[in-house]
Design a protein around this ligand. Structure first.
Ligand code: SD4
Length: 334
């Protein structure tokens, strides 16, 4: 007959054997993931910090700054203007301790991501917008610079102003450019995604994220999307994982998108499945409307596993770790 001591011994062996696989699971770190194929050089910039055992918060800021510097892209002062022809920038940043900072509708400042970080580190607030955000930036030594609309952005704006039709469509691929890695385009061929979201885990296992954008092209002046809103465009929970988004911000805000993704991961879903569940929330609410727009989520969990999901075809994301450096195509729902 089995005595109590033997039972307990067996029991503990049983438990050990159940727990073993998770102890032996290798955590992929450091690692950085970012939205779109334009995330490749962004990841490379973040990697310089991550591979030198730097902190994920520094890595994501450096990645976001890189794309803000590159005026050929649709992010930063070279981005698409609003309907009044003014470039307004949104950004946010969040670290492993849930410290976060954000700016909305910031004009004539090259690095909104660094202003967001400054707000996070030096004020009791999370978000500053418009004039107040600019004033804060200037007072903190960020130089004022005029927007430098890229050629693409200028042409797209000139084309748009002809009809001034307020019907923004984001990130839906032009049928003519539907190769697996073709970026989404406006009718005239210019790229129509304007957002860089990235999430990184450093060698310490700490997660951070950053998002920077010129927002939806030709938006109403003053409009702020999901990108600088913590829980919509970005959310980091260092116990669980982190997520970012791209696409029509209004739809992301309606479901607190990235917070929702992280909560699905908390309940055991993989990053890809968690992103899919969030996309389903948007689509199920209004399938007809969802068919006309794009939203993509990108997420990472604490094991360094990552995944994405979008409403439509065309969302791609970039990954850099010790094992890979490549662009992935996101799965999509409709
Ligand atoms: C916004 N989500 O302002 C952003 C736009 C975007 O690729 O992601 N563009 O709604």
């Amino acid at each position: 007959m089995m005595n109590r001591k033997k039972f307990l011994q067996l029991g503990s062996m049983g438990l050990a054997s159940i727990n073993l696989p998770s102890f032996s699971t290798t955590i992929q770190k450091p690692i950085v993931i970012s939205t779109w194929d334009s995330g490749m050089p962004v990841n490379a910039e973040a990697w310089k910090i991550l591979s030198a055992n730097g902190k994920s918060i520094d890595a994501v800021e450096a990645g976001a700054m890189y794309i803000e510097d590159s005026l050929n892209c649709c992010v930063g002062l070279g981005g698409h203007p609003d309907r009044d022809g003014i470039v307004t920038l949104d950004a946010c940043i969040m670290d492993e301790k849930a410290n976060c900072g954000a700016v909305g509708g910031l004009e004539q400042i090259k690095h909104p991501i660094s202003v967001a970080r400054k707000i996070m580190e030096t004020t009791p607030h999370v978000m500053l917008v418009g004039q107040g955000a600019q004033q804060f930036a200037l007072e903190n030594g960020f130089p004022k610079e005029p927007a430098k609309l890229s050629e693409d952005a200028t042409n797209a704006y000139k084309k748009w102003i002809e009809k001034s039709k307020y019907q923004p469509e984001i990130n839906i691929e032009n049928k003519k450019n539907n190769g697996p890695f073709a970026p989404p385009f406006f009718e005239d061929g210019s790229p129509n995604h304007d957002t860089m979201g990235l999430v990184a885990m450093d060698t310490n296992g700490d997660l951070s994220g950053a998002v920077t954008t010129s927002g939806m092209a030709f938006k109403i002046h003053g409009r702020v999307g999901d990108s600088p809103i913590i829980g919509a465009g970005l959310f980091v929970d260092n116990e669980i994982g982190a997520a970012t988004s791209s696409g029509v911000g209004e739809e992301v805000i309606r479901i607190c998108g990235t917070h929702t993704v992280v909560e699905y991961m908390r309940h055991g879903y993989s990053p890809e499945k968690a992103c899919k569940k969030a996309v389903e929330r948007i689509v199920n609410r209004d399938p007809k409307k969802a068919a006309t727009l794009q939203v993509g989520f990108l997420a990472m969990n604490k094991k360094g596993e990552y995944g994405a999901y979008a409403i439509q075809k065309g969302f791609v994301f970039s990954v850099k770790s010790n094992n890979e450096n490549k662009i992935h195509t996101s799965k999509y729902l409709i």
